[in-house]
Design a protein around this ligand. Structure first.
Ligand code: SF4
Ligand code: FES
Length: 345
C-alpha cells in the first residue's frame, strides 16, 4: 500500500494552499492564482531546467517554515525555491518585491528597444506587460544600447537580437524538442547573444516552437511577420490530421484568412501541446483544418482584452432562461471590472 505523502501548507499574500513537497513557490502561487502569481520571464513549466535567469519572479519569504519561522533575509527567485511546510510568502503585498521588480524591469529594458509599435509580439509580450505595471517613465541609462541587425535564422524564423532578454527558453526548447540543436547563447556577460552555429539554419521539425516560448519579440514567424497586429486577429481552436504532432492548434484569423498558426497555450502563456513546423508554417488554408470554435485567451495581456466571446456573466445569462439582459450601464461596469483586473496584475 502506498504511503500518503504529507502535503505542505503554504500561505501567499494571505491565501493558504496545500502542495506536494518539492513544489516551487511559483507553482504554489499558480495554484492559488490571481495577484499571488509572480511574473516569470524565463521559467517555463513544460521546459525542463528553465528558470533562475531573469529575477522577475522574486518574492519575500516572511516566514521560513513552521519548524523555523525566521524570515529569509533576501528576496528569493520563486521559480527556483521550493516551499516548506508552514511557509509564508509575500508577492504583490510586499513593497520590497515591487521595488525589486521595478529594478529588474528597468534592467531588462536597458538594451531592449521600445519598438512595440513595429514589433509582432506587441499585445502578447511579457516584457510589455511587465513594463506597463513596473516600468519607469523614462530611462536612466547613459550608455549606448547594444544593437544588432535583424537576421533570418532559417526559412521560418526571424531573430531580432535587440529584443532578446537571454532567458534561454528557445535554447531549452530546441534541446528538448528537436533532434539536433543548431543555435545557442554565444559569448558571455554583456557580449552574450543568441546565434546559430556556423552555416546552420533552424529548420528542424519542431523548431517553430521557439517562437511560442520566446517571451518577447526576439523570435518571430517569418510567414506571418507584419501581417496584422495580434489584437485584430481572432483566435480559433482548430485541429487537423497530422502524423508528426497532435494537430491541435490555434488559428489566428482575419476573416477567412489564416494569419498565423500557434500552439495552444494556458493562462500562463505556456504551450499545452507542441506543434510541428508543417502545422505552424505550411497549413494556412482553412480547408486543411476543422475549426472547433473561438479560443478563450485568459492571460493578462492585450490580446485577452478583445472580447470575441461574450463576457462570462453574459454567458451564464445566456444559459439561464430567467436571466434579464444587461443594460448598457451594467455591461460597461462588467467590462471595466475586467480592465481593472488586467491593470492590477
Ligand atoms: S531569443 Fe527569445 S527565447 Fe531565446 S533567449 Fe532571447 S528572449 Fe529568450
Ligand atoms: S522566472 Fe524565476 S528567475 Fe526568471
Amino acid at each position: 500500500m502506498s504511503e500518503e505523502v504529507k502535503k505542505f501548507k503554504v500561505t501567499i499574500d494571505g491565501q493558504t494552499t496545500e502542495v506536494d513537497p518539492g513544489t516551487s513557490i511559483l507553482e504554489a502561487a499558480r495554484q492559488i492564482g490571481g495577484k499571488s502569481v509572480p511574473p516569470a520571464m524565463c521559467y517555463y513549466k513544460p521546459l525542463e531546467g528553465s528558470g533562475g535567469r531573469c529575477r522577475t519572479c522574486l518574492v519575500e519569504v516572511s516566514k521560513g517554515s513552521e519548524a523555523d519561522p525566521r524570515p529569509m533575509p533576501k528576496l528569493v527567485a520563486s521559480c527556483r525555491t521550493t516551499v516548506m511546510d508552514g511557509m509564508e510568502i509575500k508577492n504583490s503585498t510586499s513593497e520590497r518585491v515591487l521595488d525589486a521588480r521595478e529594478g529588474v524591469t528597468e534592467f531588462l529594458l536597458i538594451n531592449h528597444p521600445l519598438d512595440c509599435p513595429v514589433c509582432d509580439q506587441a499585445g502578447e509580450c511579457h516584457l510589455q506587460d511587465l513594463g506597463y505595471v513596473h516600468g519607469l517613465e523614462e530611462t536612466r541609462t547613459e550608455f549606448t544600447r547594444r544593437t544588432f541587425e535583424p537576421e533570418d535564422i532559417g526559412p521560418y524564423i526571424k531573430l531580432n537580437m535587440n529584443r532578446c532578454i537571454l532567458c534561454a527558453r528557445c535554447v531549452l526548447a530546441a534541446n528538448q524538442l528537436t533532434e539536433e540543436r543548431e543555435h545557442g547563447i554565444l559569448f558571455r556577460g554583456d557580449h552574450a547573444e543568441i546565434s546559430t552555429y556556423l552555416n546552420k539554419a533552424l529548420e528542424n521539425d519542431f523548431i517553430g516552437n521557439v517562437i511560442d516560448v520566446c517571451p518577447v519579440g526576439a523570435l518571430t514567424d517569418r510567414t506571418s511577420r507584419f501581417a496584422s497586429r495580434v489584437w485584430f486577429t481572432k483566435p480559433m481552436n482548430a485541429h487537423c490530421e497530422c502524423d508528426k504532432c497532435s494537430g491541435k492548434a490555434v488559428l489566428w484569423m482575419k476573416g477567412e484568412e489564416i494569419i498565423r498558426v500557434t500552439a495552444r497555450k494556458d493562462q500562463f502563456d505556456e504551450v499545452q501541446d507542441w506543434i510541428c513546423n508543417d502545422c505552424r508554417f505550411h497549413k494556412k488554408d482553412l480547408k486543411l483544418w476543422t475549426v472547433e470554435g473561438p479560443r478563450h485567451i485568459d492571460r493578462h495581456s492585450v490580446i485577452s482584452l478583445n472580447h470575441y466571446e461574450k463576457p462570462e456573466n453574459m454567458i451564464s445569462m445566456l444559459n439561464n432562461p430567467d436571466a434579464k439582459e444587461l443594460s448598457p450601464k451594467d455591461e460597461e461596469k462588467s467590462r471595466k471590472g475586467i480592465d481593472e483586473n488586467f491593470l492590477l496584475m
